[in-house]
Write a protein that binds this ligand. Sequence first.
Ligand code: IPE
Ligand code: IPE
Ligand code: MG
Length: 243
Amino acid sequence: MTSTISKESLPKHVAIIMDGNGRWAEKHAFPRVRGHRKGAESVRTIVTLSRKLGISWLTLYAFSEENWKRPTHEVSALMKLLGSFLKRELKEMKENGIRLNVIGRTEKLPTATREILLDTIRQTSHGRRMVLTLALSYSGRQEILDAASALARKVKNGDMDPADITEDLFSANLYTSGMPDPDLVIRTSGEYRISNFLLWQISYSEIYITPTLWPDFGEAEFLNALSEYRKRDRRFGAVATTQ
Ligand code: IPE
Ligand code: IPE
Ligand code: MG
């Protein structure tokens, strides 16, 4: 089945809002953390399949700036889970040419998690087949503010004129500098919102929302999202190609 998808019809960049771990746990009468652990298995499945299919960029919303508001024990369990996940997957990432990248205010992460993260980024830096970006302590609005401040500073120092600020220059000052905008955004667990994810970058992304909770999101549903994407007519404000 996977081999039947031609590379041209694939989104180059898929971004996923992985939501519903807590509800999955609740549904099975488990503590929330068990939902996050099961969610990490879905991450593995989707990363592996994306790489196999030839998707070049995969971005996963793993922890938002707003998620710091959660109970301390949940936050610390998530951070530990992230560290152990990265350690466990390092070998496989290296073998498959997957380069790890991160966006967000990672200086806020606990030191131990941050060290594992930086080490994984370093050790996978030669990967050329797929870039796996984790959004951690990420806020789309904060990202835009950070870019605005950086540009304002350049103007203030006389290095640039306000008229030089184009869309491309602004994009180049975001955390996602050098990355293409997502073609497809997937959100699991049925919420019809963006939750502060990649606000600038998704201006023309196709959106796929499924009621499936993230821990239940597997290969079949991901392939379905890709097949839905192929049916979309991306007009970018122009008239349909068939008209
Ligand atoms: C997504 O699942 C994981 C994170 C936001 C870290 P949730 O933990 O938000 O699950 P629900 O939305 O409570 O079901
Ligand atoms: C979005 O999920 C953030 C991540 C998936 C990391 P949330 O569960 O935090 O979003 P809301 O609170 O439903 O908007
Ligand atoms: Mg949620």
